[in-house]
Design a protein around this ligand. Structure first.
Ligand SMILES: [Zn+2]
Length: 1075
């Protein structure tokens, strides 16, 4: 107690000092534009601008182990050339002062970061970096800004990073591959159509800022250079920094003043924030002309898809001006009111019915100059219903306007939004506001007067809580019922899929013919020369001049931990003194006979989790877990108190009492053979949360109608899922490597597209048998030998931390011998136990690139002595701008390439994401590994240092919020069986890993990934490429099986295709080769 109050006094004192220090409103070239202190959080925001160069700086100051940077540029473009997006990529290719590709990431990694990143939106490009602690951040800042404002923009960079023609005559390049993977997806096609219809000619809001493929093929580096010269100027850049720096805001400004400003001034930027002739993008240009929509327009977009059963819909409305914050907040809440749960008005009418008209509504908001956009997205609409739906929606909204708002539910929605904002503020602090600050820079008033109104969300909740039903309905009427809208219907088209494939083949053939052998040779030469230019090694001295920060400078969040019940196990290792927690819990009732772990962190919230083992679940019931999970929170419940609640009452009560609730398989992609339920509440609601856990698990009634609704929704979502290359690849991979005991495998999209129609049929024909199956699931997962509870959060303020568990569960959970945590390694298939030779090639008409995964045996277990070396090796290969990146992404062969270790299953994998040239990328991967092992590609000490530093970031980030720190403590001790701070303990072990260790593991463990004798491959690709890939894989020595996912849901329901549950490569092929 004494210690605590003393600390408080010291804190007050310090705060007083900082306030004094901050009284000044200038710092060298920088003038304070605005300082904002919000009443509801301790985040302090100050916005500064250089009166010389016009550069803006915003610091969001608060305590947190991670520092985040967002460096924003306003980017306006009036065509589809993709200048903003291609430029975003080229910034990372080197700067005038640091003319080496990838140096920025190697330096960032050394500074406790996981590398840099960036995004390009319709009106801005934002460059990001996050570091553990502030030292690395301030070191990297001036180098990063030099890259943004003075990139090299070489021709060689354009060739590999943007677009080139490969030696076979195919178009390639990192950006090109990326757009190839996106451009013809329903989402992109529909978004572009909507933009074109909502914004008038001459508006930059019409443009595809990513660059259309046809435009990228014509783009030149000169155009990009001119674009850079116009928009990448200091008066159009804002450096936004969120987090704690050792010398506060002044430390930040001093780095910018001394290391950034002089270069800019020397370049002639000295005309202040608004030089003569400068037009603020979107505000002072023709893009600001945005009208209301004059009349309703309906437009149809076809997208390539063999399964024509489900379409999509987006309806565009125009909202209020961007600075009408109260009204924007009200519209956000209205969207939540209309759609947030099974009892929301739109869900009740359109989704929670026997034949759903869609699977979701999403009321979005896009910030734009003059007026914001209000798009409404409607997912998975049966193709036959697409025409009707917009009118039905309008009628439904009109009825709500006439009948009025359910004010009880509305006030619940507002209070819940408020709780969720609190919770978000606690877990990500000032980062919660990064989007708002970026928008303020792009569209807000220059004098900073927009900052406070933009961030003052809690004040708007206060006002909106007093709104009447009439105020809400008039808002709904004004924005969604009365005005005309732009309706874009997305219709799946099998013939378009064929046409695209045919056209692309013809285009490539004519391109090859036109180039001729000489043209192709010349293209190959250009590519080789460009690559050679990038391969120029970064001088080691530059890297070494960048000091690696001290791990001790990072402040970890302490977690007090205590376990109850049998099978307690606290493995040795670093711990926090938990005697306070233990004492506190022991004052509350008697010890518990079942397993509960309490993890205390300072917080306003507490989350109760249960992990239920699925180990003994009969395999035939495993595929039902998706449906069980999806219906979990929306079934009628018989409460222990004797009350029976309808499903609507359950949903309303949960929404009323909690911050959030969810179910899932395991945690953080581990332990998928446990069914998890989590309920997060404010501290006062803790007992209610525990009671809910009990009642939801034991008291739910498997109601036929509710199950029917759940199954119909799942069924309808499948076509959208199987359009996605990555989702399909994961499912096929799981089928190959795991057997029928694996819950993940049974619930992947390829299994579900088969199972769900059968369940629907079963429910119609013999409903009792299916409802009995659900009862049986409950019986198995509640077996006392497989139940583990976790309480994470503010345990020390709970009134009945322990006895509430006794009160709720004593009758259902007798003392039992807790069985070990079920690990995925138990469920490996024959192939999974010894991966060899097998390759599955799936052709998927909705994609134009390739997703692939090659898998071999890896180390298994959470405390394996070989793990530290492998972990560092993974980081060395994967780091941004490290080996795989340089050799594969850098050569334009794929958008992403990485290696990953699943140490629960004991599988090591090499994955390619959105690859435009899969075989080339695979060969390149093999080449890098072999080169490193035989020494022809040198492994520098600096790469080792960078990898180890980068892991520091990953570890810090994993425990950076109170919630994450508490959950990690539980996962480590109760599930992985390792020490409380295992991840932090490992940092010392990584430190000791030598170059020799790395080369050994690369040779022994990673090289087998590229040998067909010791690996298996799963490939999902465009139909046009499936034949070629299959032949090449066979040529390498793989036994290739072919698959398609073409069968429609109806065919499956009719039972024409057999279940895939009993054969790893069982498939609905159409007479294709299966070698
Ligand atoms: Zn990109």
């Amino acid at each position: 107690m004494l210690a605590q109050s003393l600390r408080r006094v010291l804190n007050t004192h310090l705060r007083f000092q900082t306030l004094n220090k901050r009284m000044s409103s200038t710092y060298a070239n920088f003038d304070l534009v605005k300082r904002v202190k919000l009443g509801f959080t301790d985040v302090e925001v100050s916005k500064w601008r250089s009166r010389i160069t016009g550069l803006s700086v915003v610091h969001l100051d608060y305590e947190a182990p991670i520092v985040n940077g967002y460096f924003a540029v306003g980017t306006e473009i009036f065509n589809d050339s993709g200048c903003p997006h291609t430029l975003e990529h080229l910034v990372f290719m080197g700067s005038k002062k640091y003319p080496f590709k990838g140096i920025i990431d190697q330096l960032a990694n050394r500074g406790f970061s996981n590398g840099t990143n960036a995004w390009t939106d319709i009106d801005n490009t934002v460059y990001t970096v996050s570091t553990a602690g502030g030292q690395g951040f301030l070191q990297i800042l001036p180098i990063y800004v030099d890259h943004i404002l003075n990139p090299t923009l070489t021709n060689a960079g354009f060739v590999t990073e943007v677009h080139h023609i490969d030696p076979k005559g195919h178009d390639s390049g990192v950006v090109y591959s990326e757009m190839q993977g996106r451009q013809n997806t329903s989402g992109d096609l529909m978004a572009l159509r909507l933009q074109r219809l909502i914004n008038p000619e001459g508006s930059a809001y019409r443009s595809e800022t990513g660059g259309l493929m046809e435009a990228l093929r014509e783009l030149t580096i000169d155009k990009i250079r001119r674009y850079h010269a116009t928009y990448y100027v200091p008066h159009n850049v804002s450096l936004i920094v969120a987090g704690k720096l050792s010398d506060g805001t002044n430390g930040l400004l001093s780095v910018i003043q001394n290391q950034i400003e002089p270069t800019l001034i020397a370049q002639g930027y000295n005309e202040g924030p608004h030089p003569k002739g400068w037009k603020r993008p979107f505000l002072e240009t023709s893009s600001a002309q945005r009208g209301p929509i004059r009349e309703t327009i309906t437009s149809t977009v076809e997208f390539p898809e063999k399964d024509e059963s489900m379409g999509e819909l987006v309806i565009g409305f125009i909202g209020p001006p961007p600075d009408e914050y109260l009204e924007r907040e009200a519209l956000d809440i209205l969207g939540t009111y209309l759609t947030s749960s099974p009892v929301a008005p739109l869900n009740k009418q359109f989704i929670e019915i026997e034949h759903p008209l869609c699977t979701y509504f999403y009321f979005g908001e896009d910030t734009r100059a003059t007026f914001v956009d209000l798009p409404v997205y409607v997912g998975s609409v049966p193709t036959g219903e697409l025409d009707k739906l917009p009118n039905l929606l309008k009628e439904c909204l009109g009825r709500i306007v006439t009948e009025g708002i359910d004010m009880t539910r509305m006030s619940m929605v507002i209070r819940r939004n408020r709780r969720q904002l609190w919770s978000k503020l606690e877990s990500s602090k000032g980062d919660t506001f990064s989007g708002t600050i970026i928008t303020d820079f792009l569209l807000g008033p220059q004098d900073g007067s927009g900052l406070l109104p933009a961030m003052n969300e809690m004040a708007y909740y206060d006002t909106l809580e007093k709104w009447t039903s009439d105020q809400w309905t008039s808002l709904l009427k004004r924005y969604y019922v009365d005005p005309p809208a732009v309706i874009v219907k997305g219709i799946p088209s099998a013939s378009l899929a064929d046409k695209l494939e045919k056209d692309e083949k013809e285009r490539i053939a004519s391109q090859v013919a036109k180039l001729g052998p000489e043209g192709l040779a010349r293209a190959a030469e250009v590519l080789e020369k460009s690559k050679a230019e990038h391969d120029r090694p970064i001088p080691i001295e530059i890297l070494k001049s960048f000091p690696v920060p001290d791990v001790k400078s990072i402040a970890w969040i302490p977690v007090q931990s205590h376990q109850e019940g049998n099978s307690r196990s606290i493995p040795a290792g670093r711990t926090t003194d938990s005697s306070e927690l233990m004492k506190y819990i022991r004052t509350d009732g008697s010890p518990l006979p079942f397993f509960v772990e309490f993890d205390h962190v300072k917080s306003d919230f507490v989350t109760s989790h249960v992990f239920l083992s699925l180990a003994t679940l009969p395999n035939r019931l495993r595929p039902l877990i998706s449906a069980y999970s999806a219906s979990f929170f929306s079934l009628p419940v018989q409460r222990e108190s004797g009350h029976r609640l309808s499903h609507e009452e359950v949903v309303n009560a949960l929404d009323n009492e909690t911050v959030s609730y969810d179910t899932g398989l395991g945690v953080n992609s581990y332990f998928a053979d446990m069914f998890r339920v989590s309920i997060k509440v404010e501290v006062e609601q803790y007992q209610s949360a525990v009671q809910w856990l009990k009642d939801l698990i034991y008291g739910a009634e498997f109601d036929k109608e509710r199950i029917q609704v759940t199954l119909a929704k799942l069924q309808q979502a499948i076509p959208e899922m199987k359009r996605d290359g990555h989702t399909v690849m994961s499912a096929v991979w799981t089928e190959l490597l795991f057997d029928e005991r694996s819950t993940s495998r049974a619930n992947g999209v390829t299994s579900q597209m088969d199972v769900i129609p059968k369940l629907i049929k079963q429910l119609q024909e013999s409903p009792d048998s299916l409802l009995k199956d659900f009862e049986e699931i409950r019986k198995h997962i509640t077996d006392p030998s497989g139940v583990r509870f976790a309480v994470s959060g503010e345990v020390l303020s709970l009134e009945k931390p322990r006895s509430i568990w006794h009160d709720c569960f004593r009758n259902v959970l007798p003392e039992a011998n807790l069985q070990p945590v079920p690990l995925a390694s138990r469920t490996l298939s024959t192939v999974g136990k010894k991966p060899s030779k097998k390759a599955i090639v799936v052709s998927l008409p909705t994609i134009e690139s390739t997703f692939a995964m090659h898998t071999t045996k890896g180390i298994e277990g959470f405390n394996e002595p070989r793990y530290p070396a492998q972990r560092v090796a993974l980081e060395i290969l994967n780091a941004t701008e490290s080996f795989l990146w340089r050799y594969i992404r850098g050569s334009g062969l794929a958008y992403g390439a990485s290696v990953s270790l699943d140490n629960e299953s004991g599988l090591l994998s090499f994955s390619l994401y959105r690859s435009s040239n899969y075989m080339g990328a695979f060969r390149q991967g093999a080449l890098v590994l072999k080169g490193l092992v035989d020494g022809s590609i040198p492994l520098e000490d600096t790469a080792l240092d960078a990898a180890k530093s980068s892991i520091v970031y990953a570890v810090t980030n994993g425990v950076a919020s109170p919630g994450r720190a508490a959950l990690a403590s539980f996962t480590n001790q109760a599930l992985k069986g390792v020490s409380q701070y295992h991840n932090v303990d490992l940092l010392e072990k990584y430190e000791q890993v030598t170059k020799e260790d790395i080369l050994t593991t690369l040779r022994d463990d990673f090289l087998p990934l590229f040998n067909p004798d010791t690996s298996v491959a799963t490939v999902v690709t465009a139909p046009s490429q499936a034949d070629g890939i299959s032949q090449q894989l066979a040529g390498l020595g793989f036994e290739v099986g072919r698959r398609t996912l073409e069968a429609s849901a109806e065919e499956l329901a009719a039972g024409e295709v057999d279940s895939g549950s009993d054969g790893e490569t069982e498939s609905d092929t159409e007479g294709e080769d299966r070698r």
